[in-house]
Design a binder for this molecule. Sequence first.
Ligand code: C2E
Ligand code: MG
Ligand code: MG
Ligand code: MG
Length: 277
Amino acid sequence: KVKKLGGDGYEIYNEDINHAIKQEQEIENSLYHALENKEFYLVYQPIVDIRTNQIVGNEALLRWDNKDWGHIPIYYIIELMEKKGIIVDVGEWVLTEACRQNKLWQDKNLGDFKVSVNLSPLQLEDMGFMDKIQKALELTELDPKYLELEITESSAMTNVKDKLEQIKKLKNMGIKISIDDFGTGYSSLSYLTQLPIDTLKIDRSFVKDMVSDGNAKAIISTIITMAKSLNIKVTAEGVETEKHLEMLKSMECDKIQGYLVSRPLKPEILESLLKQL
Ligand code: C2E
Ligand code: MG
Ligand code: MG
Ligand code: MG
C-alpha cells in the first residue's frame, strides 16, 4: 500500500512495518497448528510426454486452506515454514500423502504415471530424511519407481558431497530425481556429470520469454542439447501456449508441464479427467 507521507510520515511508516511484522507472526502461529488441524491439501499438475501425449507424472503442489489467511501464495508460506523449521514435518506429510494418492491411482489402473514431490533444502539436511522416505514408501506400498523427488539446483549444490551420497542412495532405491527451476541457479554445470539425475526442469521464466527473446530460446535449446548428451530428460515448465509447445517440439524437448495442458487440480477433479482418457 502506498501512503502519502505527511508531517508524521515516519510514524505511518513504522506503523506499516509493525503491522506487517504482527501479521507475519500471526500467520506463523496459524502455521504451527495447520498440520494437526488438517488445513493442508495437495493439488496435482500433470506432466505430459511431448511425443506420446501421455501423462507421465503429476507434480504434487501444497495448498493451505486457512479461514483467516486463505489467499497467500504458497511460496511465501513455504518460505515462512522454512524459516521456522516447520517445513520438515509438513514435507513429510506431503511425501506420504502424495505417495498414498499415486498408489490409489495405480490400484485403480488410471495410468502409469509418477508422482513428483518438491523437497525443501531443509528436508535434505534433516538427519532422518532417508528413514522418512523409506517409511512413506512402506506405509503407502507405492513402488519407488513411481516416486520422483524435485530438488532445486542450489540445494543440490550445498554440501555437494553429502548430496551426491544421498542422491545415489535414493537412486539405488529406484526413486527418480529431477532438478527443479533449472537455469536460475548460479552453480557450475559440471555437477550434472557427477549427480545421477533423471530430469532437468527448465524454469518457466525461460519458456515465458522464449517467443520474444532469442536468448531465452538459445538457453532452452542449449539445455536440451546438453541434457541429451548427458542422457538426462528435460521437462519445460510453464508451457502456456500452442506456440510454446510448437517451439519446444522442434527443439526436441521431452516433457511439458503448464497451463496449456492443465492447471494444478484437486485429486478428485484430476481423477475424473483420468477416467475420461
Ligand atoms: P515449482 O515446483 O517450480 O512448481 C511450479 C509452479 O508453477 C507451481 O506454482 C505451479 O502452479 C506454477 N505453474 C505451473 N504451470 C504454470 C504455467 O503455465 N504458468 C504459470 N504462470 N505458472 C505455472 P505453486 O503451486 O504456486 O508453487 C510454487 C512453488 O512452491 C513451487 O514451484 C515449489 O517450489 C514450491 N512448492 C509447492 N509445493 C511444495 C511442497 O510441497 N514442498 C516444497 N518444499 N515446496 C513446494
Ligand atoms: Mg517443482
Ligand atoms: Mg519448478
Ligand atoms: Mg518454479
